[in-house]
Design a protein around this ligand. Sequence first.
Ligand code: WTA
Length: 635
Amino acid sequence: MSNYSIKNLEEYYKVYRKSIREPEVFWEEIAEEHFSWHQKWDKVLEWDFDKPEIKWYQGAKLNITENCIDRHLRMSGDKTAIIFEPNDPAEKAQHISYNELRKRVNQFANVLKDKGIKKGDRVCIYLPMIPELAISLLACARIGAIHSVVFAGFSATALSTRINDSDCKIVLTSDGSYRGKKTIDLKGIVDEALKDCPGVNTVLVAKRIQSDIHMEPNRDHWLQPLLDKASTVCAPEIMDAEDPLFILYTSGSTGNPKGMVHTTAGYMVYTAYTFKNMFKYADGDVYWCTADIGWITGHSYIVYGPLANGATTLMFEGVPSYPDYGRFWEVVEKHKVNQFYTAPTAIRALAKENLSYVEKHDLSSLKVIGSVGEPINEEAWHWYNDNIGKGKSPIIDTWWQTETGGIMISPIPYVTPTIPTYATLPFIGIQPTLMDEAGKELKGNQVEGRLCIKFPWPSIARTIWGNHQRYKETYFSAYANMYFTGDGAMRDATGYYRITGRVDDVIIVSGHNLGTAPIEDAINEHPAVAESAIVGFPHDIKGNALYGYVVLKEAGETRLHDNLRKEINQKITERIGPIAKLNKIQFTSGLPKTRSGKIMRRILRKIAHKDTSNLGDTSTLLNPEVVEKIIKEAL
Ligand code: WTA
């Protein structure tokens, strides 16, 4: 018998040791006992981090939607699979049962088939947090199409780049979306994006805000009438274990976003197993993750992980501040939420508001509260623990990445003793290690270094869409035979991990990963700009905010600088989206560079942090004089 649900620390260590000593035996048992397969695997694992090539459950045949939907129908067809809580609290919440989910997924799948979509085709999904979003992922998976969800806050340019990179033929969107008091013209953004996407010949449009939008003849179709006509029966496409399930883009330090490719069987097994343990989900519980399905957290822990366990998963369309700062807690009370999973940036924003927003609501249903997306600072941890967990619901600080598919380092609630700001121990099967910059593994405890993983786990991304070389360079070339995370971490005297943040040029702003290079490219497009450099600086709600150093072609009049700042942020909004806007823009006459012409971000980072006491050796710079000037003029 496998240990599907870990009950205490002793069991955790026992199972952990087994998963490391005999990974194949361990993952075979988990897969065998908790999922349904059309055919079992020939080999549990084959891997080579050098190539890199990773294959789990090779030879197995399955469809993930049968595991997420069909197999629950006999026992719990009437059970609620998805609760939809709309943006406006006056609009009624929807409860979608597993039976209904099956019908709606099948209808959606049949509509896609009717539009010519088949196994292996890429489908771009640009939808707000409405039921159609979750259903569309499953509909793709039903027929073996590869979904590529683009967060519906990205701009038209960001959308078209992603559509073209993975050569999507079809886009699923809506007439618009609600976001607190505002509405957003999603369809307009899609129309704009598609001017640059010759490969897209079909757009399916869900109705949400009833706006009067342009529908391109022959290309655009309203979704609902097609769904209404479609059959509720759709035989699942039988997939190979390693067939791609989805592509999800994440920012890199340089270049275009990386389309991380996740495959079917390993992703299913790992997200389901982590969900079960991390949230201690019991039958009848209501689970709520506040992320957007446009990010990996939503893929793994709103859709696939919960549904693979037959859970009730809540999806929330709105924002934490609408109609007031008590909305999260109102929703917890209304739906008697048992597990609540959110991001530090939301916690910090809510902690700033009056405590009466929390105290008004009955949060006694909560059993587990989670955090994800960036390091949680001590103050936010205590606020969350005291006021939301009330000292009784453990906080799980879950460290993981788009690339890892599932939670990697985290306390297991009611099992692992927590310490504020520590992600604590690796999950079952995960072998983290710390490396120094010279490439030496840091053994023992009380060390700090770069976080790597030594051995594959089932849900590791298998490649970057269309660019396997970049996959190798980004993740497997920094250290031989290791997956490099891009994060720094320390290991304390007891072996607990604390994540210290990115060690590359990715900056996490409000939990969103932003690469510096694409933002700089956007700024440099402004005709007045010669060059620019972006760094992060601490921000009390966003965690990090962006500080831009901009060199103008002509210094120009200072009184025009505020206009320029607006225009630069406008460019960024157009190219990437409002999430990448700069909080501070300093105009400067030059950027500190090495003799080989590389911008010394280390120095710029220190200046933005207002920490100029020790800038290190600047004498090797090409232009050391510029540093003093930048410091003097810093914002
Ligand atoms: C950061 C989100 C500290 C980290 C699931 C990682 C965290 C990046 C934590 C991935 C955490 C995520 N503590 N840092 N609990 N969780 N991160 O791809 O830098 O959007 O590399 O995946 O977020 O972000 P991504």
